[in-house]
Design a protein around this ligand. Structure first.
Ligand SMILES: *Cc1c(COP(=O)(O)O)cnc(C)c1O
Length: 480
């Protein structure tokens, strides 16, 4: 272990053969500390990878002395850097300054502290997940949130599964297995990635009966399609697009009457589903589960991590007998949520019981209702530290912009916001490259910063920035 630091580890041989062996390097004095921290497999792995890199460089024409300096400090630094980067967590916190509040690729809703605490305690402890503390009998995990959900939606019963796609899958499969489900052609949607309604229906083993046309569907279209094999009528909220111009659709009122006249249940997928009337908060209207239930819709499905502002979950509310059948479906076991999701969901639902406070305490609603002057004030505070941090690289200016709600909600309604706009200093040629570099530079920060590119500049919409200190701190700057 008495390695003379200034001595080269290179052997007196030519080419790559001069490089030391793995075992020789494993015997160096600094190695035991690395072994303690990262384990033998990882340490030998990075030593081997480093030797491979150097060998390749020598084969490509470098000299052994050129790729392998004397001393061991560089070697220790190099190995530690490789080990740290390998073992760093892959799931990272980022600043979402894209201007899309509910960004599916960035994990949708941010949860309030109440939910964070509830999840942390449920993680550390055994909980009454399926156990009645009153009487000691076996319980059903849905019961933990069913009361809250019924109170907030006016439904008789509720169940929770992995996400809204799962909520639709299990509802369709339970109510219409091997039978027909009627859907308007204007509502056969694809929602990003692999979610297409006709595919979900096929996997649920129900037969899709399309009615109407893309832009117009009438009551008689549904009426003509209803027959002995009809098990369900489904209405799907066209969440990520709008049909404008010469259009017609049958509203929920009419569909309820029609379905019930034929003794067929009606299911409505709301996608986002708002538990409060967003218009009361100055936001564009979004369908509410409560309204669908009041109109007599038998089952309503919606997501937990969209406008509701909770964890990823799919919620089904509606008739008690239908929910009971869903719970008995063997798929429920495959699609059920865990204690952490229920802990977070319950904490969020409890916030809704105080409507005066919910817009402040529920993170999603707080971000969505943030007013432009407040966001402008954030931008003004950041303008100077940002300009200094990017001096010589980009100019920074304050501009008005519009945020999107995201996750399929309200595709045409935008929210007035403010942004810092970074334009690469190297103006003329190569702006595209300069812009990409700038973007990467922001992504390389300890907490990566994600914006959006527009008009040859990088826009950082500040609607979702609440930790201003943390933001400028990692740029090596301070707020005034
Ligand atoms: C988002 C959405 C879904 C899918 O919900 P997930 O929770 O992402 O599974 C289904 N239907 C509509 C209308 C949606 O907007």
């Amino acid at each position: 272990m008495n390695e003379p630091a200034a001595t080269s580890l290179l052997a007196a041989r030519t080419g790559a053969a001069a490089l030391p062996s793995v075992d020789r390097l494993l015997g160096l004095a600094f190695i035991p500390a690395l072994l303690d921290e990262f384990g033998r497999v990882a340490v030998s792995g990075v030593i081997r990878a480093l030797l491979d890199d150097k060998r390749r460089a020598i084969v490509d024409g470098a000299t052994p002395e050129g790729v392998w300096p004397p001393g061991v400090e560089w070697l220790e630094g190099e190995l530690r850097a490789r080990l740290e980067s390998q073992s760093a967590p892959r799931l990272r916190c980022v600043f979402n300054l894209t201007g899309t509040v509910l960004h599916t690729n960035l994990g949708r809703a941010l949860l309030p502290e109440e939910a964070v605490h509830a999840v942390a305690s449920a993680m550390r402890s055994a909980v009454n997940l399926e156990y009645h503390l009153d009487g000691g009998g076996r319980g059903e995990r849905d019961e933990l949130v069913e009361g809250w959900l019924c109170e907030l939606t006016g439904a008789e019963s509720a169940t929770v599964v992995n996400n809204n796609a799962a909520a639709m899958l299990i509802s369709l499969n339970t109510l219409a297995l091997g039978k027909q489900v009627i859907v308007s052609r204007g509502e056969l949607i694809e929602i990003g990635g692999a979610f297409r309604l006709p595919d979900i229906m096929a996997r649920a083993n129900v037969k899709l009966v399309e009615v109407g046309t893309t832009n117009r569907t009438h009551r008689h279209d549904y009426e003509q399609a209803i027959g002995a094999k009809t098990a369900l009528i489904a209405k799907v909220h066209a969440s990520n697009y709008t049909i404008q111009g010469f259009t017609a659709a049958v509203d929920e009122h009419e569909l309820v009457a029609l379905a019930h006249r034929h003794s067929v249940p009606l299911m409505a997928d709301l996608g986002s589903g708002a538990l409060v009337d967003l218009e009361d908060y100055g936001l564009p209207k979004e369908p509410m589960p409560r309204e669908s239930i009041e109109r007599g819709v038998d089952l309503v499905t919606f997501s937990g991590d969209k406008l509701l502002g909770g964890p990823q979950a799919g919620i089904v509310v509606g008739r008690k007998d239908l929910i009971a059948r869903i719970r008995k479906n063997p798929l429920k076991r495959a699609l059920r949520v865990d204690k952490l999701t229920l802990a977070a969901l319950e904490a969020v639902l409890r916030l809704y019981r105080n409507p005066e406070q919910v817009a402040q305490r529920l993170t999603t609603l707080r971000l969505l209702t943030r007013k432009q002057p407040e966001i402008r004030a954030v931008a003004l505070r950041l303008l100077d530290p940002m300009s200094r941090a990017f001096e010589g690289l980009a100019t920074v200016e304050l501009r008005e912009c519009q945020s999107q709600i995201g996750s399929g909600a309200l595709p045409v309604d935008l929210l007035a916001s403010a942004a810092l706009v970074l334009t690469p200093s190297a103006k003329t040629r190569g702006t595209g490259v300069a812009l990409k570099k700038l973007e990467q530079r922001l992504r390389d920060l300890p907490i990566p910063v994600l914006g959006r590119i527009n008009e040859g500049a990088l826009w950082l919409d500040l609607r979702c920035l609440e930790d201003e200190e943390g933001f400028v701190g990692q740029l090596g700057m301070q707020l005034k």
